[in-house]
Design a protein around this ligand. Sequence first.
Ligand code: DAT
Ligand code: MG
Length: 140
Amino acid sequence: MSVERSLVLAKPDAVKKKVVGKIIARFEDEGFKLLGLKKLKLTKEQAGQFYIVHKDRPFYDELCEFMSSGPIVAMVWEGENAIARIREIMGATNPEEAAEGTLRKLYASNIGENAVHGSDSVESANYEIPFFFSELELIG
Ligand code: DAT
Ligand code: MG
């Protein structure tokens, strides 16, 4: 067990549906500590840089269009095993496969517009957190 940080995004669909508060409340209820929080709108180019690992996937263009289609809320959450636990709370990428009670089961529309992002490894978090936050903006 180790204390980890995860970069979480409430995606444009979650902001439009006004469920950002419910997403934040869920992570608070699960005992995580909120270190950073901001609302912003990515350009398509910035979305492409954030999701650069997927550049050769067939859904990359659609993903970048969607992620730049409206404002998002970026957060950093900290806690024991935060990366795996947050992935579990989010549920499967495709909401049709997501377990009952997970954020994607509750709030996602489809596999593309799936409400939340969470870092999938320490390596990903180390790329994703500085993408949105400087160390000075992360307050424990
Ligand atoms: P996750 O977000 O669960 O880590 P991923 O890293 O495989 O999933 O993909 C990143 C995002 O890309 C995902 O949240 C939504 C979109 N995506 C993935 N697979 C897709 C598909 N088959 N069709 C459309 N969008 C997809
Ligand atoms: Mg991923």
